[in-house]
Design a protein around this ligand. Sequence first.
Ligand SMILES: C[S@@+](CC[C@H](N)C(=O)[O-])C[C@H]1O[C@@H](n2cnc3c(N)ncnc32)[C@H](O)[C@@H]1O
Length: 252
Amino acid sequence: MREWDASTYDRVSDPQTRWGALVLDRLVLSGAETVLDAGCGSGRVTEQLVARLPRGRVVALDASQAMVAQARERLAALQGQVRFVVADLLELRPALLGTAAPVDAVFSTATFHWVTDHDLLFANVAGVLRPGGQLVVQCGGEGNIANLQTAVRALGVELAGSWEFASVEDTRRRLSAAGFEDAQVWSHDEPTRFPPGEPFLDFLATVCLREHLPTLPPAEHGPFLSAVAAAMAEPVLDYVRLNIVARRSGPR
Ligand SMILES: C[S@@+](CC[C@H](N)C(=O)[O-])C[C@H]1O[C@@H](n2cnc3c(N)ncnc32)[C@H](O)[C@@H]1O
């Protein structure tokens, strides 16, 4: 299920945009680097990344055509600095990026947990990154949205999405196996409150439950979303963020 409702995501993704801005601060940039935004979505965080690279370039990559189209629209005035690529990170190859050399950094927010094979993911990312290049990532980690998962289970749905909410330990091991060093990996709780009613239901439909809803007849979407919200004590998602700052090994 590659496609997203990109215009709604653009509207509801204030939490991801807020977190993304903080993660951006972890990139060490001179302003002239080439950076891959791995899972650029509708481009709200990408836009902030481009602003930090006045002499550099961004490759904005996403598996969803709708997301890339939305990002292209948002970043229309910056086309000279951004190359857009529709591709699956599990099929990532240097030739897909259209850059003359490996990129200086790979940046990714709110994306890696949607990719279920992290061994292959990290190997692919290492393959497009120059030796010494930075990997700066934040995604959902072990325990992410546990209260939502409890609510959907109470309604008889065992798993509402195909995510990899990896642990810190597994991630350290995978990074090392893929050829990363100086890895700092940690997780933190990020409970996020939503305005009740439609804004919360819109967010659930567009992000957390986007894979499960299409398994139901359209007429049942609204009642299911309302039942999930009712099964939760309050409109708060128990987000847990997994953070990664690492370097690809090799001479700098
Ligand atoms: C929640 S959005 C995050 C977008 C943006 N980085 C942000 O922080 O707002 C997750 C994005 O990951 C993309 N994605 C999921 N799996 C992917 C994969 N295997 N390859 C490339 N992109 C993927 C989705 O299409 C979606 O745009």
